[in-house]
Design a protein around this ligand. Structure first.
Ligand code: MG
Length: 224
């Protein structure tokens, strides 16, 4: 019986991934690192520091030190804020309202530390994600695809992994939830094809948040 929903933020609650990709691409251009704008969708869910170190390893065979990571992530976050604020993902409110109406406790599980979005959650999804029910990049040692973020989300809700369902749009997020032993729902909201989310361990894959909202009982394993 599902008691808790562990919900990703970027690309799941907000249509923010095109802007993150744009901001990362701008930063890599400045650093002289060749990158395709769409490749950042594959890294989605990793912490900023993990993404930066992956880029530095591939370009120069080294990692950034903490001060460099902090400066570069702050720069990327600044670029993200300069763009028009992202919209709430179509269908996301229906999913969250449906979960809450079924008495399912929501917990945010994001690799992000971007306050410009975290600060909007209370307005955009009232009562759904109180601050003590959020796992962000600041709360974990190992980000997605490591299982720690979803295990931590389950723990702060006082639930066992098998009492939780995860909702995530990214392959690394799905992998993280799968490795945490959580029933995992992948949602295709960007350029990543459904097979990639299936292969990462998703039990179910939906084509949009609206499609998930339409089949919420089925997704939660609730028999009609
Ligand atoms: Mg995401």
């Amino acid at each position: 019986m599902i008691k808790v929903a562990l919900v990703d933020m970027d690309g799941t609650l907000y249509d923010s991934m095109p802007l993150h990709s744009r901001a990362w691409h701008r930063l890599t251009g400045e650093l002289g690192i060749k990158a395709d704008e769409d490749e950042f969708y594959l890294d989605e869910g990793m912490t900023g520091a993990a993404t930066l170190n992956k880029l530095a390893m591939s370009a120069w065979g080294r990692t950034f030190d903490k001060a460099e990571c902090d400066e570069l992530y702050a720069r990327k976050a600044r670029y993200f804020r300069e763009y028009d604020a992202p919209e709430v993902m179509k269908g996301a409110r229906r999913v969250i309202d449906g979960l809450m109406a079924r008495g399912i406790k929501c917990v945010l599980v994001t690799g992000s530390g971007q306050n410009s979005l975290l600060d909007r959650l209370d307005d955009d999804f009232p009562m759904a994600f109180p601050v003590d029910r959020r796992v962000t990049s600041r709360d974990v040692v190992n980000g997605k695809p490591h299982p720690e973020p979803f295990l931590r989300g389950a723990a702060i809700a006082g639930a066992a992994p098998e009492e939780c369902v995860a909702i995530d749009n990214a392959p690394l997020g799905v992998e993280s939830a799968y490795r945490a032993g959580v029933r995992t729902i992948g949602v295709c909201t960007g350029p990543i094809p459904p097979e990639v989310l299936k292969n990462a361990g998703a039990d179910l894959v939906y084509s949009s948040m609206d499609a998930l909202a339409d089949d919420l009982d089925g997704a939660l394993g609730i028999k009609q």
